[in-house]
Each structure stands twice: as C-alpha cells, then as structure tokens.
Design a protein around this ligand. Structure first.
Ligand SMILES: [Zn+2]
Ligand SMILES: [Zn+2]
Ligand SMILES: [Zn+2]
Length: 301
C-alpha cells in the first residue's frame, strides 16, 4: 500500500500571502491555509519526503515526523529546497546524514545556496547531506545505515567512527544498504524552460511545477489510482499548468482521482472551488474525479 500525505499544497508564496487582504487569504477555513508544496509518502516500508521548502520545519512538527528515509527534490526552486538546513534535527537524532535524491542541476544550485554544507571544513552543526544523483530513470530508495557513529572533530568536520576506531569523513561515509527498498519511477516534466521531475510510487504519481508533460511520459502514468497536478491560475502561465490544461491532462491520464496542488489565491475558497471543479468536470465529461488537495489530506491506493 502507498500512502501520500499532502504537507503543503500552496504556490511559492503559500496561502495566505503576506499582506494580502483577498477573500481566500482572509478565509477562516483551515483548507484555505496552504504551506509550500510538499508530500510525505509511505511506500514499501520507506518514509519519503518530496521537496523540503521553507515550511519544512512546520510541516515535520505538524505531522510528528520522526524519521525520513529519503528526501526527493523535484527541482531547485527555493519553495522546494528552502528548508533543507533544518534536516539538522534528523542528523542529530539519526546520527547520520540525510539521504537526498536530486538531479545534477539541482545539486549545483544546492552547492551555491548552501555552500557551508559542502565546505571542506564545516562548522559544528552544519547540515549533513548524503546526495544521490538521479535522472529520469527508475531508482531505488534503500535503507542506508552508516557503520559508525557521527562525531565532530574540532576544526575539521563530521566524521564517522568505524568499528575499528578509524575515522571516515561524513561525505565518504561507508554505508550498508539493506535488501529491502522502494522503487520509484521519475516522471520528466518541463517547468517553463527547466526540466523537472515528478515521481510515481506504485499507483500514486506526484507531479508539481510543470507546464508541459512530454509525450514520452504518458506511458509511465497508466493505471494510476491517484495523480497530483499543479495549477496556479485560470489563465495560461509561463511555468505552471493553467486550470484548463490541468483538467485536460487529468482526463488524458485518466487516474481515478486527480488532486490539484501548488494552488494560489487566484482560485476561490476550498468549498467553492470543489463545487466549481465538479461542474467543469461534468460539463467536459472528464474521466477523473478532480478535487483540490489541501494540507493534511491523506490518500492511499
Ligand atoms: Zn513551486
Ligand atoms: Zn490573497
Ligand atoms: Zn518551481
């Protein structure tokens, strides 16, 4: 069974937007309060986070998350990577680096944005990341256990002390992969001009921050129970699906359920938006049950 919890369903500024006085931003309905987009997936015994934006800390606390086996990054925009410094809490508890899966281009941005996390001589308490490079080919998240304890060595950085007493730098830590794992299928998408990744976990696919889905990817989306699609506006947008594009895609993909995410205050309040989507789907004969996702929503297949 796959379980996906929406930790955030908001656009890059979140909802409410700072200082905005519109009816959506002022709504008292909890379903109109949206953290930056992120999802927690429990799949084949692994707990996997997709994206760690600026609301990462609040999201982990809100859902009492105590362990992550992997953090997958869809792309390098700050609303999807801005919370990565806060993996330090998991570093301390797990006594190991956080396992991060991303494309080479995303890693290059992380090296610029978080130079201190990649420095040769890190200061005490800098986040520990173990980066796995992925592309559009399927990959496996395995349980990676470091064979030693994480130790700070003055003025040099973090090291793992091995059973024989020797020290291995955390960037080169020896890890042991367990036999079990979760196989994940990346979905290639285009976000404006930028290649990004979505992910399929069993019969649930999580797609965000795309404005185009290449023909080659549709075969990876057959037979889905649930799919998420991003939309920020009724109007065409340079880097996200418009609502019309998202509805047309939901029909073509044909998952039993389509959940809209990365939502902005351009759409009405949750209850009104649900009603509007029902009507649009009926009018257009769409072969999927399309609803807006909301923070805290859990879906399973
Ligand atoms: Zn985004
Ligand atoms: Zn607003
Ligand atoms: Zn983006």
């Amino acid at each position: 069974m796959t379980k996906l919890t929406f930790l955030g369903t908001g656009t890059s500024q979140g909802v409410p937007i700072i200082a905005c006085q519109c009816a959506v931003c002022k709504s008292a309905d909890a379903k109109d309060k949206r953290f930056r987009s992120s999802a927690l997936v429990e799949y084949n015994g692994k707990t996997i986070l997709v994206d760690a934006g600026p609301d990462f800390r609040s999201q982990m606390l809100a859902h009492d998350v105590r362990h992550l086996d992997a953090i997958l990054l869809t792309h390098n925009h700050k609303d999807h990577t801005g919370g990565l410094d806060d993996v330090r809490s998991f570093n301390y508890i797990d006594r190991k680096a956080a396992e991060i899966y991303c494309e080479e281009k995303v890693l290059q941005t992380l090296r610029n944005d978080y130079a201190y996390a990649f420095a040769e001589h890190k200061y005490p308490g800098a986040p520990e990341w173990h980066v796995h490079l992925i592309d559009e080919h399927p990959f496996r998240v395995e349980s990676l256990e470091n064979t030693g304890d994480l130790e700070w060595v003055h003025d040099i950085g973090y090291f793992y002390r091995q059973a024989d007493g020797s020290l291995v730098h955390s960037d080169n830590a020896v890890t042991e992969a367990s036999r079990d794992g979760a196989d994940i299928i990346p979905i290639r998408g285009i976000h404006g001009q930028m290649p990004v990744l979505g992910f399929r976990f069993g019969n649930i696919a999580y797609i965000t921050d795309m404005s185009k889905l290449p023909e080659s990817e549709f075969s990876k989306l057959e037979g889905l129970e649930h799919v998420t699609l991003n939309t920020v506006s009724y109007h065409p947008h340079h880097s996200h699906f418009s609502l019309d594009e998202a509805l047309a895609l939901s029909d073509r993909i044909g998952a039993r359920h389509t959940w809209l995410t990365h939502l902005s205050h351009a759409f009405p309040r949750h209850t009104e938006f649900c009603r509007q989507l029902k009507e649009l789907c009926r009018e257009r004969g769409i072969h999927s049950d399309v609803e807006p996702a909301y923070d805290g929503l859990c879906i399973t297949d």
